[in-house]
Design a protein around this ligand. Sequence first.
Ligand SMILES: [Zn+2]
Length: 140
Amino acid sequence: MLLVPKLAFDLLSDAEEAYKEFGKFSDETLQVLYDVFNNTFSKAVEFLETGEALQYETAKGTRRLLKVSDKHELYMLFPDINFCYCPVFKHQVLKQQKLITCKHVLVAKLAKIQNIIRSEVVTDSQLVDLLNETIEYVRN
Ligand SMILES: [Zn+2]
């Protein structure tokens, strides 16, 4: 049975606290994350080896969007919302409820925890454009 997603994300918050304190993931934390997210976690770690997470935020930091990408894929995500429009999320998370989340959501979380997320300040209208492009993409 799947852990309640909320609980799983609470564990990520704990991992974040531990990371801040020790500057790395302990073996224990890595084990917990792997136990909770299974292969999604391994895939996210793998993705981060060649891919990256970028945070777009408006000057006041009131609105943010996250871009998770590598050479092959690009997904825009909302901070702190467990949603992605990739096929894995659609089928294995939403339809079959086999997974808690997809690797992209986890990549964004892990990048943030490890502070390897790049940040780019955009204007409100640029953010709206990015949002529209994303919506366009999801619709098609
Ligand atoms: Zn995804």
